[in-house]
Structures are given as C-alpha cells and as structure tokens.
Design a protein around this ligand. Structure first.
Ligand SMILES: Cc1cc2nc3c(=O)[nH]c(=O)nc-3n(C[C@H](O)[C@H](O)[C@H](O)COP(=O)(O)OP(=O)(O)OC[C@H]3O[C@@H](n4cnc5c(N)ncnc54)[C@H](O)[C@@H]3O)c2cc1C
Length: 392
C-alpha cells in the first residue's frame, strides 16, 4: 500500500490549487467559467472525448486542490454534480453515441449538466418519484416537478429520474423508473444551439424557478425545475428502460465518493489558519494554544480531516479498480459531511465572539457544511446504505 503521490499527481494538485485561487479571485458569476477554462470539468473524462483521462483518485486530489483555494463551496458542488453526478455516469452507462454527443462539450463546460431527481414526495426515497416518462412514438414525454436542483438555471441538460408511464393504449406496460438526459432548450428555443447535441432533440418545455435562498452554498443556485410534457428522443434514455433506479444508484455512487473531495482542501486550509490563530491569540499573557481544551479541539479537527481524506481516497480507489464501491462511497460521503459540520463548529468556537461575526466567514462555513450532510443522500440515508451492506 502506498500513501504517497507521484510527481504527476502533485502537478495536477498544484495546477488545480492555482486554478482554485484564480476562481476565488473572480466574480461569483465567472467562477464556473474559470474552472471550465482550466480543465476542472473534464479531468476524469477520456482523452478521446476531450478530457484528461485521469483516474478517480487523482481526480479527488485535484478537487482537494481546488477546495484548498476556492472558498465558494456552492460552485464546487455544482461542478461536482456536473462531473461526478452526470459525466461519470455517462462515461459508465452511456452508449458510445451518447458519450460522443455529450462528453466532449461537458468536459469543456460548454454544456453544463446536473441531476434532477428530488421531488416534494421523493427526496431520500427516489423510488417514490412521481414524475412520469411516458413512451411516445418519438421517444419519451417527461412531466414532473423536481426541486432543489443544483445549478438549475445554468444547466443545459438534466439527468432526470421518472416513473415509466408505459406506452400508448397500454401497448407497452410500465417498467419501474427510467433515467433520461433532458436538454433544457429545444430546437427553436433560446439556447438550443448550445444545448442541442443533435440527439435527444427535445420539444422541451423545461421551466426553471428562481434560485432559492439557501442557508449556505448559495453559489450552487438551487432551484425547482418543472418538466411539462417535455419530448425527448429514444437516445435520451440512459441505461435500460425501467432500470432507472439502478442508473441513479450508479450516479450517486460516483457523486458520493467524490463530491466532497473539495472539502478536504477546505479543511486543510482552515486547519492551518486555526493553528496560527490559537498560537497567536493571547489571553492573560499566554497563547490559548496552551490550554489543553483548545489544543485538543484543534487536534480533533486534524483527526476529522485525515479520516475524511482516507475514506474519500479509498472510495475513489475502489471505483478505479472497477468495484461497485457503493458502500465505500456512502461511508466517505457520510463521514466527510458530518466531520465537516463538526470541524466548522470547532473552527468557529476557537475564535470566541470574533468567530460569531459574519465577517469572519465562519458562520457561513457552518451553513455550507450543513448542506453537505443533505445533498447526494442525507447522512441517515447513507447510514442505511452501510447497514444494508453489513446485512442489517
Ligand atoms: C445543497 C443541496 C444541493 C442539492 N442538490 C440537488 C440536486 O442537484 N439534484 C437533486 O435532485 N436534489 C438535490 N438536493 C436535494 C437533496 O438530495 C434532498 O434534499 C435529500 O435527498 C433529502 O430529501 P428531502 O429534502 O426530501 O428530505 P426527506 O427525504 O424528507 O428527509 C427528511 C428527514 O428524514 C430523514 N429520512 C428520510 N428517509 C429516511 C430513511 N429511509 N432512513 C433514515 N432517515 C430518513 C432524512 O435523513 C431527513 O433527516 C440538494 C439538497 C441540498 C441541501
């Protein structure tokens, strides 16, 4: 077992760290463009499809580098939904034609993708979705209301999960869930040239609501998305008809393994600042680091970072080896998310009253971390995945 990084992996980390710093200095609206220009949206996509063909362990390291310098967790969440929730799924279950149609433009960020699964009555339990994918002569017609969709108003294509509504006059029986790639704009609609891959042509009726006022991760631009009789071709189908739940689980496995990799970098940065702070802050003539309670709090932050790191890289390694990785990904996401919340609380408490001021950025770091324990499966749901894996 080797815990070291190769020079090539170090170079990717350094490049992404520098890119994160550039994005951090950019206006919020420009950050995704900076990430796209710097190649962050194509790292694990095959070279022949416009990416860099990196393995997932190196990709996780790259996102750790981005998180070390880019403080906008919302944009990194959106980049992760695009790359890990959709692009990697396409690379795994998409047909060669689908991959050629979408991945080169997704790798450059010319086409942004996101996951549209959650509904009012189906958040944790995606099997209960009520959105319907009715089979038509030309493909599918999608109708349903999705909510809390990351990057909703900027996405060009949605990975949507819907109930298979069967076909005309009962000729084709319903078959569970169906996973579709649904372009936002159809031929003739604004943005169509950008979204249309020449495939999955949709007489799209996609309505996106205004971004929601979330507690944190504002840069992720969560919003509701309505599909109103949205027509897509048969080439919009991801995986087999009726196998939508399994397809969704694959997407979630990639997402859970990697979407919080950026948090490792964010925790590393915050830990360095916390160490400096407790050494420099003096009360009654001595640094607060001299208090065991304070020093242990910082040591606990280090433990949370290192255990998170191990689980993220382990999950990525399992996926690189072609394993299913469902439980490893759940363990990683669960542990990083919950550790990040406790880490952010400790970071704030170390500063006393100053930490409670908004200008310290620490209350919003807590809000951001909390979001991580909800998206891509809540910590309760991930605990259930792990318990099932244990045969419970
Ligand atoms: C920042 C952020 C980004 C998001 N991005 C997206 C996105 O891009 N696309 C998308 O489709 N959705 C997205 N979501 C939605 C997210 O996936 C859901 O909010 C999440 O799955 C929980 O669903 P829910 O909100 O309906 O809560 P519910 O499912 O109603 O859960 C409420 C509570 O009950 C618990 N619970 C529910 N079922 C179980 C169970 N079986 N076992 C144990 N406990 C359970 C939950 O843990 C939770 O504490 C995002 C959410 C957030 C916060």
């Amino acid at each position: 077992m080797d815990f070291g990084w190769t020079p090539a992996q170090r170079a990717v980390y350094d490049r992404m760290r520098a890119l994160g710093a550039e994005a951090d200095a950019a206006a919020p609206d420009d950050r995704m463009r900076v990430l796209a220009r710097g190649g962050a949206l194509g790292l694990p996509i095959a070279r022949e499809l416009g990416g860099e063909g990196l393995d997932l362990v190196t990709t996780a390291l790259a996102y750790e580098g981005l998180g070390a310098t880019l403080r906008d967790g919302g944009v990194l969440l959106a980049a992760g939904a695009h790359l890990f929730g959709v692009a990697l799924l396409l690379a795994r279950v998409g047909t060669p034609a689908q991959q050629r149609a979408w991945l080169p433009r997704m790798a450059t960020g010319d086409c942004m993708a996101t996951v549209a699964a959650t509904e009012a009555g189906a958040g944790s339990d995606v099997a209960s979705v009520e959105a319907r994918a009715d089979r038509t002569a030309a493909g599918y017609s999608l109708t349903g209301e999705k909510r809390y969709v990351t990057w909703a108003d900027r996405a060009d294509v949605y990975f949507a999960v819907a109930r298979d509504g069967g076909g005309d006059a009962g000729k084709a029986p319903a078959r569970g869930l169906t996973a579709l790639l649904v372009p936002r704009a159809s031929a003739g609609e604004p943005g169509a040239a950008r979204a249309g891959a020449g495939t999955a042509a949709s007489a799209a009726r996609v309505r996106v609501g205004a971004p929601l006022a979330t507690a944190g991760l504002r840069g992720a631009r969560l919003a509701p998305v309505s599909f109103c009789g949205c027509e897509v071709g048969p080439d919009a189908l991801l995986g087999r008809a009726g196998a939508g739940l399994a397809v969704f689980q694959i997407a979630m496995t990639y997402e859970r393994a990697l979407i919080l990799a950026f948090r490792l970098g964010a925790m590393e940065r915050a830990l360095g600042e916390a160490v400096r702070f407790v050494r420099e802050r003096e009360i009654g003539g001595q640094a607060i680091a001299r208090h065991q309670a304070v020093a242990h709090r910082v040591a606990q932050m280090k433990l949370r970072l290192e255990t998170s790191r191990l689980l993220v890289y382990r999950a990525a390694w399992e996926l690189d080896r072609g394993q299913r990785g469902q439980a490893e990904a759940a363990l990683a996401k669960w542990h990083v998310a919950d550790s990040a919340v406790l880490f952010a609380l400790d970071d704030l408490r170390l500063r006393g009253g100053a930490g409670y001021l908004e200008e310290s950025g620490l209350p919003s770091a807590v809000d951001d971390a909390l979001g991580g324990s909800i998206h891509s499966g809540t910590s309760d749901v991930l605990a259930t995945v792990v318990a099932r894996w244990l045969g419970l």
